[in-house]
Design a protein around this ligand. Structure first.
Ligand code: ADP
Length: 339
């Protein structure tokens, strides 16, 4: 399967052989197709051209996951999933956020240049407050500061993320500007790199696909589960009868066909002219998703059965980037008057 990806910004000429990129992903267990279409495809593509650092953000996850065994299990599952989907530890660095704890010190230092009002207006903070009203912890508010620290501690200039993260990345850039403005040029302003995919909607057809909202299509679930998830998708709500013409431009199932096959225009036409029904279109989508991820699903199962191997990759990753994190912290402490 081929999909067209957005052109990358031209690599900036630097003394380093390859510009550095960074991205973080939550340890939410195995990913859903929104993660893959929005971000992971770019992780895999970019590791060839850039010095790529990818992080499983377990500190971030603590803002909503409070069961230690679950956090550990899901961290390993996400690591296995990323490796199964094509991250190659020879070509990129994959590590767990808490294995390089220097980032929490940097988050504190960046917090001192970040006005509270910037954090309060973040859309995800407002959303999370609604989603977990019983647990509006301080981490939820300062999440974007830690996210900025994640990126800048490695002085990454490019950040492959889904379009849902655009506002967070803008905030990271503002934090960098605030820091550089106060203490002198220290960090590059990170720039987002998006795939062609929009924010992928969940099976409800309204909200962004997200594990916590229960509207996700899981990449590595059993085929039966994937079929069930796809068959539950909300299509064009105005199409009541099988003979009603559909509106593929608002139908989430048709939208997803763009990324799983090369004939989406025919599929759209079928729906527009009522030649095909929503159920047919969903069945086809489910089979294509299952088939597309079958080889990665196999690799995922193998990796889950070898946790020692995955743990080694993560430990080596954290060790490999230690010098970068330490050098940045020395520089930052110096500039801020801590030494
Ligand atoms: P968060 O929950 O904070 O968005 P995740 O760890 O769930 O972070 O997401 C990992 C990556 O997948 C991020 O780059 C995010 O932008 C992307 N992503 C997550 N959900 C979607 C979606 N529904 N559509 C597109 N990209 C997504």
């Amino acid at each position: 399967m081929t999909i067209e990806l957005a052109p990358l910004p031209a690599p900036v000429e630097t003394a380093r052989p390859r510009p550095r990129i960074f991205s973080g992903i939550q340890p939410s267990g195995a990913p859903h197709i929104g993660n893959d279409l929005g971000a992971i495809r770019n992780y895999v593509r970019l590791q060839a051209e850039y010095e790529a650092i990818y992080c499983i953000v377990d500190y971030h996850a603590l803002t909503s996951v409070h069961d230690p065994d679950r956090l550990r299990r899901q961290t390993r599952e996400m690591a296995s999933a990323l490796l199964a989907l094509g991250l190659d530890p020879e070509r990129c660095t994959l590590f767990v956020q808490s294995h390089r704890p220097e980032v929490t010190e940097l988050a504190w230092l960046l917090a001192t240049v970040t006005p509270v009002s910037w954090l309060e207006r973040t859309p995800t903070y407002k959303e999370k407050k609604l989603n977990q009203p019983e647990d509006i912890n301080h981490g939820l508010l300062t999440y974007p500061v830690l996210q900025a620290a994640d990126i800048v501690i490695y002085k990454a200039s490019l950040v492959p993320v889904g379009r849902d993260q655009a506002a967070h990345l803008e905030l990271s850039r503002e934090i960098v500007r605030a820091f550089n403005g106060r203490y002198g040029d220290t960090f590059p302003e990170p720039q987002a790199v998006f795939t062609e995919a929009p924010v992928v909607l969940g099976t409800d057809g309204v909200k962004k696909m997200s594990k916590s909202l229960g509207n996700a299509i899981d990449i590595f679930a059993e085929p039966e589960v994937i079929r069930k998830q796809v068959m539950s998708m909300v299509t064009d709500t105005r199409r009541i009868l099988r003979t009603d013409p559909g509106r593929p431009e608002v139908c989430n199932v048709c939208q997803l066909h763009r990324f799983f096959g090369t004939d989406y225009e025919q599929i759209w036409e079928g729906e527009r002219t009522a030649r095909t029904g929503c159920v047919d279109t969903k069945r086809l989508l489910a089979e294509r998703i299952i088939e597309h991820y079958a080889p990665a699903r196999e690799r995922y199962r193998e990796l889950i059965a070898q946790p020692g191997q995955v743990d080694r990759v993560l430990a080596q990753g954290a060790e490999r980037i230690r010098p970068i994190a330490e050098a940045t912290m020395t520089e930052v402490r110096e500039k801020m008057g801590l030494r």
